[in-house]
Design a protein around this ligand. Structure first.
Ligand code: SF4
Length: 693
C-alpha cells in the first residue's frame, strides 16, 4: 500500500560505511519515517542505498529500543536495571567521575567512542569532554589503521583520485573488498563503466563473495598473501616492459635496488605463497599492465592482518609502476580521510584548544588489555576506573572477547554506556542511557569513500527519553565544572562554528543543498605535481619510523611480509571474519529482517576438508585456538582455498550455542607499525562436535 508522505527530507547515513550515502527520507503525517532511498541528485550516491538502511523505520520503531535512563540493579553483565531520571543519572555520573579523578587522577577515566555513529558531533564530540577534563585519550585503531599506515607509507596522504572517475576506467580492480554487500555505491559506478566503456572488473579476495560473482576475473587467494601477489604483478610489469620508466624516475624513489628486489619476486614465488596458479597471476598482471586507465579500488579486508600495512603499501605501488596515476579513471583509491580535504575546523567541536598531548593515549582496540591493567596497555598510567562509552559495542566487536568481558565485568569499574539497544556491552553498564538515532539529532558526516561532507539534520522527535550523545557530553560538562566554550552551545551552533571558523558556507547554506562537495582538482587528486611526501615522490622504500612504533617489523622495500599469524600443525586453518550483507559491524543484528536474512552464524568450509573430516552442511563444529573456542554450524562451500574458513557477520554471543562470540578467537596484539587488529589473521583448528541441541 502506498504511504502518505508529508514531505521528503534530506539526510545522511550515519553508519560505519565509506559510502556515507546522501539520503531522501519520507516524513509521514504522523511524524514517523517511510522507506528511505538514496539522494538522486548526489553524484556519488546516485539514488542507491542498501536494503538495511532503506528499511530503517524498523530500527527506529523497534520495540526493544532503550527509552529511559537506568541504573544497574543486578550483578555486572546481568542486564538487570531499574529506571531513573536523567537528572539523577547525570548527578551520579558526575559525582563518581569526580571521586575517581580526585582519588586516582583524571586519567583513570577513559571516554570511549567507536563507529556506531560516524557523525563529527555525535561520535567525536565526546572528545571535547575528554580534553577539557584531561581524561585519557583514545587511539582510534579498530577499523582503518593498518590500511592507513600502508597507504601513508607510499602515497603520503589519505586522498586520491575522485572515486566517481571509476566511470572513466577501462579496468576496475576491487582489491580486498566486497562492495555488493558493504559499499553498494561502488557497484553503481562499476556498472556505469561497464555499460559505457566495456570496462573489465577484477576482484581479488579470499573467498567467493557476491562481488566476485559479478567479476570478469576473480583471484581467490590465501589470507595474508596479497602482498606477494602485488610483488609478482610488479615483476611481470618489469620483465614484460609494461612500466612507465619516465614516471618512475620523475615521481617515485624507484631505484636499481628496488628493481633487483622486485625481479626476485617471481610469479612462481607468489604462487607458492598465495595458492594461485602462475598463469592466473601472469594473466592479471598483463591485463593490468596493458590497460592505461586502470583504477584500483582498495578495500579494508586484505589489510586486517598483521602484515596488512605491508600489503596495502605493496598494492599501492602498482599505479606508480605503470604511471596510471596520470590518467582520468586511473590510479588507486582507498579513503578520503584527510582533515585538509574536509576543511572544517573542529577546534571547539572536539575541544582541540584544550587538548594536552602529555595526557596518555590508550588503544581503542586493546580495551580488554587496558581494562585488565596489562602494563603495556596502560602506558605507565593508572588503572581505568571509570568509562563513558558511546557508539561502541566492544563486548562483541573488540578482539579477544573473553578478556574484554572480564574487564567490563570488573566490580571496581564504573561504566556508563549510552546506547540505542541493550547490547552485550550495555548489559555491563552501571548507568545506561538511551541514545537517539540519526534522524533524531543534528550532525555532519565525512564521505570517506567519496568527497561529500553531508548534513544530517534532526527530522523527527526521539521516542521516550532518548537524547543525543551531545546532550550527555554537554550536561555532564556542566556538572563536572568544564569551562570549555562549547558547554554553552547548542548542537547546530557547534556544527555551524566548525564550518564558519574554516571560512566555509554556514550550516544554513549547507542545509539548502544537503552537502558540500570537497573534491580536489584533478592535478592534486592524481598527484601530478608530486606526492605529499617531503621529497614529492611516491615511496617504494618507506620511512616506516614516521608511521608508527612497530617500524622494525616492516619490510624496507615494498614486499610481502611473512610476519603474521601463520597456520601450523596444531592450527592448520586460517579464519577470516568478514562483514555480513545485512549487518554493519554489530549494528542491525537486532533488527528482525536482517537476522532472518543472515540465518545465524556459520562457518564456510571447503568440500575437500569437509569430506576428510566427515562434516556436512548444518553439522555442529567447534573451532578454536589458544584464546578459546566457539561452536557453530558448518556450511560446505568451495568458494575459498581448502584451508581457509569464513565466518561472516559479527553476531552477538547469544546467537552462538555456548554464548561465545566469534571474536573470542581474535588476538588483540597491535598490527605493526601503528596498531589495529588482525581480524582476518587467525590460525585455528576445527573439529566436528557430536550432534547436540
Ligand atoms: S550503503 Fe553504507 S552508507 Fe549507504 S545506506 Fe547502506 S550502510 Fe549507509
Amino acid at each position: 500500500m502506498q504511504q502518505q508522505v508529508s514531505h521528503i527530507a534530506k539526510s545522511a547515513c550515519p553508519h560505519d560505511c565509506p559510502s556515507a550515502c546522501s539520503l531522501e527520507v519520507p516524513i509521514l503525517p504522523d511524524g514517523r519515517i517511510g522507506r528511505i532511498s538514496g539522494a538522486r541528485d548526489n553524484s556519488y550516491t546516485l539514488g542507491v542505498v542498501c536494503a538495511k538502511v532503506a528499511r530503517y523505520a524498523e530500527r527506529i520503531e523497534h520495540p526493544d529500543r532503550l527509552l529511559r535512563p537506568m541504573r544497574r540493579t543486578g550483578s555486572k553483565g546481568s542486564g538487570q536495571f531499574a529506571p531513573i531520571t536523567w537528572e539523577a543519572a547525570l548527578d551520579e555520573i558526575a559525582e563518581r567521575f569526580t571521586r575517581i579523578a580526585q582519588r586516582s587522577g583524571s586519567q583513570a577515566i577513559w571516554p570511549y567512542h567507536s563507529g556506531g555513529n560516524m557523525g563529527i558531533l555525535q561520535r567525536y564530540g565526546l572528545d571535547r569532554l575528554r580534553h577539557a577534563m584531561r581524561y585519557s585519550r583514545q587511539q582510534t585503531t579498530i577499523c582503518v589503521t593498518p590500511a592507513e599506515s600502508g597507504w601513508l607509507a607510499g602515497v603520503g596522504r589519505m586522498t586520491g583520485p575522485d572515486p566517481r572517475e571509476m566511470e572513466d576506467a577501462d579496468l576496475i580492480v576491487m582489491w580486498g573488498g566486497n562492495p555488493v554487500s558493504t559499499q553498494v555505491n561502488v557497484m553503481t559506478h562499476v556498472t556505469r563503466a561497464r555499460k559505457a566503456r566495456g570496462a573489465k572488473f577484477v576482484v581479488i579476495d579470499v573467498y567467493r563473495t557476491p562481488t566476485i560473482e559479478q567479476a570478469d576475473l576473480a583471484l581467490v587467494l590465501k589470507p595474508g598473501t596479497d602482498g606477494a601477489l602485488a610483488l609478482a604483478v610488479m615483476h611481470v610489469l618489469l620483465t614484460e616492459g609494461m612500466v612507465d620508466r619516465a614516471y618512475l624516475a620523475r615521481l617515485t624513489d624507484f631505484d636499481a635496488e628496488t628493481e633487483r628486489h622486485i625481479l626476485s619476486r617471481t610469479p612462481e614465488w607468489a604462487s607458492e605463497i598465495t595458492g594461485l596458479a602462475v598463469a592466473d597471476i601472469v594473466a592479471f598482471a598483463r591485463l593490468y599492465g596493458r590497460t592505461r586507465k586502470s583504477f584500483i579500488r582498495l578495500g579494508f579486508g586484505f589489510t586486517r592482518t598483521r602484515n596488512g600495512s605491508a600489503a596495502m603499501h605493496a598494492v599501492s605501488c602498482l599505479p606508480a609502476m605503470t604511471g596510471a596515476w596520470q590518467e582520468k579513471g586511473g590510479g588507486a583509491f582507498f579513503l578520503t580521510y584527510d582533515k585538509s580535504l574536509w576543511g572544517i575546523n573542529t577546534t571547539l567541536l572536539h575541544g582541540l584548544d584544550v587538548l594536552d598531548p602529555s595526557v596518555r593515549i590508550l588503544d581503542q582496540s586493546r580495551i580488554g588489555a587496558v581494562l585488565s591493567s596489562e602494563p603495556d596497555a596502560l602506558k605507565g598510567g593508572p588503572a581505568v576506573e571509570g568509562m563513558l562509552m558511546q557508539n561502541a559495542n566492544s563486548a562483541t566487536v573488540a578482539p579477544d572477547t573473553a578478556k574484554v568481558l572480564r574487564g567490563l565485568g570488573r566490580d571496581d569499574l564504573f561504566l556508563v554506556v549510552q546506547e540505542q539497544f541493550m547490547t552485550p556491552t550495555a548489559r555491563f553498564a552501571d548507568i545506561l542511557l538511551p541514545a537517539t538515532m540519526f534522524v533524531e539529532h543534528d550532525d555532519l558526516y565525512y564521505g570517506l569513500g567519496h568527497t561529500h561532507l553531508t548534513y544530517g539534520p534532526k527530522l523527527i522527535e526521539p521516542p521516550g527519553e532518548a537524547r543525543p550523545n551531545s546532550f550527555l557530553v554537554r550536561e555532564l560538562g556542566k556538572r563536572l565544572g568544564s569551562k570549555h566554550a562549547s558547554v554553552g552551545m547548542a548542537d547546530h551552533e557547534l556544527l555551524d562554528d566548525a564550518l564558519v571558523r574554516a571560512g566555509m558556507p554556514n550550516l544554513r547554506e549547507v542545509a539548502k543543498v544537503g552537502w558540500i562537495d570537497r573534491a580536489l582538482p584533478f592535478e592534486k587528486a592524481h598527484f601530478l605535481d608530486g606526492f605529499p611526501q617531503a621529497d614529492g615522490k611516491f615511496h617504494f622504500k618507506p620511512d616506516w619510523q614516521k608511521i608508527g612504533p612497530g617500524f622494525s617489523r616492516m619490510p624496507r622495500i615494498a614486499d610481502w611480509s611473512p610476519d603474521f599469524e601463520q597456520s601450523n600443525a596444531a592450527h592448520p586453518y586460517k579464519l577470516v571474519c568478514p562483514p555480513a550483507r545485512h549487518f554493519l559491524n554489530s549494528t542491525f543484528s537486532e533488527t528482525p529482517t536482517s537476522v532472518a536474512r543472515e540465518r545465524g552464524p556459520k562457518v564456510r568450509l571447503h568440500p575437500a576438508e569437509a569430506q576428510r573430516l566427515g562434516i556436512a552442511t548444518g553439522a555442529r563444529v567447534r573451532i578454536g585456538n589458544v584464546r578459546g573456542s566457539v561452536v557453530l554450524r558448518a556450511h560446505v562451500d568451495e568458494g575459498q582455498q581448502p584451508m581457509t574458513l569464513i565466518v561472516e557477520g559479527i553476531w552477538p554471543a547469544d546467537a552462538f550455542e555456548e554464548k561465545k562470540a566469534i571474536n573470542t578467537l581474535i588476538g588483540d596484539d597491535p598490527v605493526p607499525p601503528n596498531g589495529g587488529v588482525g581480524f582476518h589473521d587467525t590460525a585455528v583448528w576445527l573439529r566436528p562436535e557430536p550432534s547436540g541441541p
